[in-house]
Design a protein around this ligand. Sequence first.
Ligand SMILES: Cc1cc2nc3c(=O)[nH]c(=O)nc-3n(C[C@H](O)[C@H](O)[C@H](O)COP(=O)(O)OP(=O)(O)OC[C@H]3O[C@@H](n4cnc5c(N)ncnc54)[C@H](O)[C@@H]3O)c2cc1C
Length: 93
Amino acid sequence: MAMKLEAARLMVYHAAARAERGEKNLGFISSASKCFASDIAMEVTTDAVQLFGGAGYPRDFPVERMMRDAKITQIYEGTNQIQRMVMARALLK
Ligand SMILES: Cc1cc2nc3c(=O)[nH]c(=O)nc-3n(C[C@H](O)[C@H](O)[C@H](O)COP(=O)(O)OP(=O)(O)OC[C@H]3O[C@@H](n4cnc5c(N)ncnc54)[C@H](O)[C@@H]3O)c2cc1C
């Protein structure tokens, strides 16, 4: 889980650094970092809920909220299905 988080964090920082430098054509890396980081967040929080077993499901522990919050990051700001189309278009241009 820590390994995946580190990879996702680096990709987001890489995209942000490129944007800060004023680089052009950031469509692919923006979509890739949003999609990858939110997919990793979903995987990691799902595993975190699993670690708690049945106790991970009710609202007693913050991990349930973290999993729901991870889910919405896959959906809003352009769903990850749409991000995949954006990336494919950028690659095929
Ligand atoms: C909590 C929350 C906050 C939000 N805040 C904002 C905001 O501040 N500003 C704003 O503008 N919007 C906001 N939204 C809207 C958000 O951007 C939309 O939910 C998002 O664009 C997805 O649209 P939809 O929910 O209508 O899903 P739909 O477009 O109906 O899609 C349903 C599902 O089908 C998939 N899908 C759709 N079309 C395709 C396709 N062509 N190929 C493959 N899969 C496809 C989608 O990926 C999704 O999984 C927010 C939504 C939520 C839930």
